[in-house]
Design a protein around this ligand. Structure first.
Ligand SMILES: [Zn+2]
Length: 250
């Protein structure tokens, strides 16, 4: 990326709207900061999203298709773990579509969306999937309440406009539906004390680093709550999300 920092985008905290940040360190020439209001760690300012998106070429998903068999096995586990049967499933950031494939096998009408064309082509041609779309979630304009299960594995840390993204998830969720989210967990006991050594820190790629509290606070802005957090041996935040009941609001 040959842009100067003058072109970079400076944002308010997407979780608490705060504008005060503590600088932690630079990595890959990008500043990692912590919001003083809520503790979210993020890259700020950051390169413009058009430049970031251009980095999602097919080399990015080639790694997924190389390990196809293990991806299939993991996808089946993920689908089984959600514990639902039937209805519509949307996998956001579906890559080559292994979760879409596994959900289809499990009896769902399964859909997938990803910004990277190489993965979509693989899913259509090699996995025989027909409900994949290339682009951002917001570009698809799916109907309100269309999906009983929405999964987003290793996606939320990448999206340029977090509130627009989560609002879209909430809009698409059917009554009684669940959202299964996986993202690196800043609050995990295995995150190195020297945060800059954490392998999940990826300039231009992982834009935000959540713990349970910051993710819950972001979700609450959109009427969503964490129903269940799964134990994870590796520093991953794995949560099942549902709509807040009127009793839980506030
Ligand atoms: Zn904040």
């Amino acid at each position: 990326m040959s842009l100067t920092r003058a072109d970079w985008e400076r944002i308010a905290c997407p979780v608490c709207d705060g504008e005060a940040f503590t600088h932690l360190f630079d990595k890959g020439g990008e500043p990692f900061v912590r919001c003083t209001g809520c503790g979210l760690v993020l890259i700020n300012p950051r390169p413009p999203y058009a430049a970031i998106r251009a980095g999602y070429d097919s080399a990015y998903s080639a790694g997924y298709t190389r390990k196809a068999q293990s991806k299939v096995i993991r996808a089946r586990k993920r689908v089984a773990r959600v514990g639902r049967a039937g209805g519509r499933w949307l996998d956001v950031g579906c890559s080559a579509g292994f979760v879409v494939k596994a959900a289809t096998e499990a009896g769902f009408e399964a859909w997938g969306v990803d910004i990277e064309a190489g993965g979509i082509a693989y899913g259509e041609n090699e996995l025989g999937l027909s409900r994949l779309a290339c682009g951002t979630l917001e570009e698809q304009h799916y109907p309100d309440g269309h999906f009983d299960v929405i999964s987003a594995y290793d996606v939320i840390e990448h999206v340029p406009d977090l509130n627009r993204f989560v609002a879209e998830l909430a809009r698409l969720l059917a009554p009684g539906g669940v959202i299964d989210i996986g993202t690196p967990d800043l609050g995990h006991w295995r995150v190195p004390r020297a945060l800059s050594d954490w392998q999940e820190l990826k300039p231009s790629e992982h834009l935000y680093y959540f713990d349970r509290a910051t993710l819950a606070r972001l979700l609450a802005r959109h009427g969503l709550r964490i129903k269940h957090k799964r134990f994870a041996l590796k520093p991953g935040l794995k949560v099942l999300v549902e709509r807040q009941t009127s009793r839980a609001v506030g």
